[in-house]
Design a protein around this ligand. Structure first.
Ligand code: ADP
Length: 400
């Protein structure tokens, strides 16, 4: 079965073509700067253990034009990996917000599309772009089944005591205001890999996804019981450009006393805060470099970033009443040795200890980095959201 995975953003389309169930990647790529004169298409082809990269810069007006360029490459006489587009059985779409309506991967019908549109207010930055990707793919891959995989779905198993906010009841029942959580596809994938590694399906696992956006989940028996993001993606951990948890009073103070508009505060908290706001850099590599050069602000930001993670670890160990494994994943979690070291420091009481040598090894594989004999495993598990989307599409169709 050939499954084409699409992650459609406001000005980009990321894609990967899988052959399932082997999980073989035939090609992948990215169309960036859609709507600009100098849009960039990067297309990678994987054949016989080799990777060929094609790039082009040209005007690409809209998502439809972008995807039709990809379509031509897929079946191109020279570089194509398919004879015909009809070979693609499924197009799997990443959709950020599924609300309470979608607790699982779903075949896209007209009704499903209407529901995704109704969820636009809950994810105004993401769902409209994801929806556009669906509309365009329906035109281009008209023979394929279209399937939506929601970032929020994995978190739908949270109990009300975890997902409700202590605000008047009608805001939940009338408006759906509650915590939904995000990065669900990644949390599910790495928690699954960890449980497999532990050979313990019922394991209690805390997954720490540290990319540009950051979130944590408490998982038991393969099900999410709590997560750090909320109605939107601003809550919880300190991120590249988002503040994570702050006292709501800060917003009122800025608006009522300092005259900022709500839009300005939204931009500040989403795009100008987090590590960027604290240090001027949002990439952890630049921050580490600044620390090495003696930048005290960068050091403090790093301390804040890792301290916040420790606090959530404590909370989630309490929520789970125990712990089998902590999992680090995504750009920072997989690569930043010092973040892992600082998070795991002084956690012996909770059974978390780090083997410094194992932690310092760089690898693209799942690895165990705790001390020998530790009661809690500390794992680095590279995430693969595209593969998880392909897998869920495959399972959905195989079950039908
Ligand atoms: P996204 O949330 O966009 O999927 P990623 O998971 O790719 O993000 O993570 C991107 C972030 O990972 C970068 O902003 C950077 O801070 C961090 N990162 C990537 N490589 C390294 C590295 N070698 N060391 C430390 N941090 C890294």
């Amino acid at each position: 079965m050939y499954i084409f995975v699409i992650n459609s953003g406001s000005s980009s389309i990321k894609y990967q073509l899988f052959e399932m169930p082997e999980a073989r990647v035939l090609c992948s790529g990215l169309v960036e700067r859609i709507g600009h004169e100098n849009a960039v298409l990067t297309h990678k082809i994987y054949k016989g253990g080799k990777e060929d990269i094609l790039t082009s810069t040209e005007p690409i007006n809209d998502h439809g034009k972008g995807l039709s360029k990809v379509e031509k490459l897929l079946t191109d006489a020279q570089v194509g990996v398919l004879k015909s587009l009809d070979e693609i059985d499924v197009v799997g779409h990443r959709v950020v917000h599924g609300g309470e309506r979608f607790a699982a991967t779903t075949r896209i019908t007209d009704d499903v599309k209407k529901d995704i549109q109704q969820l636009f207010p809950l994810a105004p930055l993401h769902n409209p772009s994801n929806f556009l990707g669906i509309e365009v793919a329906e035109q281009i891959f008209s023979k394929a089944s279209q399937v939506a995989v929601f970032d929020t779905a994995f978190h739908q198993t949270m109990p009300p005591k975890a997902f409700r906010y202590a605000i008047p009841e009608e805001f939940y029942s009338n408006l759906g205001i509650r915590a939904y959580g995000f990065h669900g596809t990644s949390h599910k994938y790495v928690a699954g890999k960890a449980a497999e590694y532990l050979q313990k399906p019922e394991a209690k696992i805390i997954t720490i996804h540290l990319g540009n956006g950051c979130s944590m989940s408490a998982v038991e028996n393969g099900q999410c019981v709590d997560t750090s993001m909320g109605l939107g993606p601003m809550n919880g951990l300190i991120m590249g450009t988002r503040s994570g948890d702050i006292d709501q009073s800060v917003i009122f103070y800025l608006v009522n006393r300092e005259g900022y508009s709500l839009d300005e505060v939204n931009t500040i908290l989403n795009k100008k805060s987090g590590m960027l706001g604290l240090t001027g850099y949002n990439d952890m590599r630049d921050i580490t470099k600044a620390i090495d050069e003696g930048n005290a602000n960068a050091q403090m930001a790093y301390d804040m970033y890792t301290y916040r993670i420790k606090k959530y670890l404590g909370a989630y160990i309490a929520a789970l009443n125990g712990l089998d494994a902590v999992v680090f994943t995504a750009g920072v979690g997989e690569n930043d040795i010092k973040v892992r070291q600082m998070v795991c420091q002084n956690m012996e009481y909770l059974g978390i200890t780090l083997d410094e040598e194992k932690n310092a090894v760089r690898s693209k594989n799942l690895r165990e980095i705790n001390k020998e004999g530790a009661s809690v495993k500390v794992l680095v598990v590279p995430t693969n959201e595209e593969l998880e989307i392909a897998r869920q599409c495959y399972e959905l169709l195989a079950a039908e």
